[in-house]
Design a protein around this ligand. Sequence first.
Ligand SMILES: [Fe+2]
Length: 504
Amino acid sequence: MAGIGNLSFLQEAIALGVIAPEFSRTAPELAPLQGFTGSEAFDARDLRVEGRLPAGLRGVYYRNGPGLMARGGERYKHWFDGDGLVQAWTFGGDGVQHKARFVQTKKFRAETKAGRFLLPAFGTSFADQASRLAVRAADDVNTANTSVMKMADGRLYALWEGGSAYELDAASLSAKGPRAWSDELAGMPFSAHPKVEADGTVWNFGTQSGQMVVYQISPQGQVLRSEVFAAPGPCAMVHDFAVSQRYLVFLLSPIGMDMAALRAGDSMLDSMRWLGQESTLVLVIDKADFTRRWVLETPAAMVFHFGNAWDDGAQIHLDYVEAPPLPGVNEKLRQIMAGVRPAQQTHLTSSPRFMRIRLGSEGAGASGLSRGHIELQSRDESVEFPVVDPRVVAQRYRHVYYPTAIDVGERWGFNGLMHLDIETGRRERFSFGNDVVVEEHVLVPKPGSSKEGEGWLLGLGYDCKVRRSFASVFDAQALSAGPLARVWLPYWVTYGFHGKFYAV
Ligand SMILES: [Fe+2]
């Protein structure tokens, strides 16, 4: 490490970006939200392994999340705004390697060249936007910052819900450009939560200006079917959906857009209005015929993420995480971006929580869906970022895994993991203690296994004390025993949203 004058080791390391800066004096868990400058390229080989990595864990774990939060003295106001930083953690016979690159989107390249923000972001607008760049298409503001998808043809994509999937080189992580699935679908939004069935079939959707698009894409990237239609209700913020054997299911939260506020220069987020007296619409689409659609109603609920869904033809069972409603959830995300720890609220509706829903009438076939029968069940734990075993996507399932908050006190973020058996209600948890922020952990099936849940939980965390990031690996069937291994980066990285593991 090059010396910088008389700075102490800690200051020197912070100056070099090796250790997270003291972004917030009162909340060390917020340090990674300071973000990077965009010029960084992260490469580390032979990472330090604490514990013992399973010999069968071989492949690449890709992660995505906002990595750049400020340019030219201006800082984004919302966590969702930052430009995408894609990480690749390679687990092989020669140890673990790490690489991370900013997604070189059109926006990122233009703003890097200018040395300032030129385009508005989801939660940030600029009063002098007229002197910056005009937004002509959704991909002009595509930050490619939310998730990743690698398809059977080997192509890797960085995903963002408002625009096209952004193709990356799977080895170098350099950007190739937005993917048009067909000429007619070029530029249409492709959400960051595609559902990939065990045979590689991809289901996804997008929303734009009151319209929805749904896709069925082959494992090789060919569009098998798509449908564009007017959304039956508000679709200003539809982040995720659920897929069962026969159906696609959406929850359309009652979020209106104040178009006058938007025209007056407020950000997308600031123009959204929570219509808590209205219903959340449940939109069900027949996978075999996208023109067969049903709409049911359930009480107003804010939803970002689904675990999974299954159906028996008559009833659909699915689980999701109900988030605190707007504007509260976004207010918290704004505070953390300013380095301020949000006030803890203990009321249940202030924490995201597990919900399970059953749609339709028993024995009534698909027609039962239109009778509007809905049953809801909830739990109290604070959880988010649900994942299931990739082998049971759109199939009957019983195991869901989450980051969770366990006696977290006043600090922000999750500090543990939870495995929930949704059939028995039995839970298993592990806490890293209050110095660690835990991110989404994915389930990696053990090679040669076939039973749901036989695998490892793999995800990232940040240790506030040593100011470094790590990957942790658990036996998914023995979560409370603690991690089998932790793999330490010699530096820190920004918090991400979602990742996927691809075995080799
Ligand atoms: Fe998400």
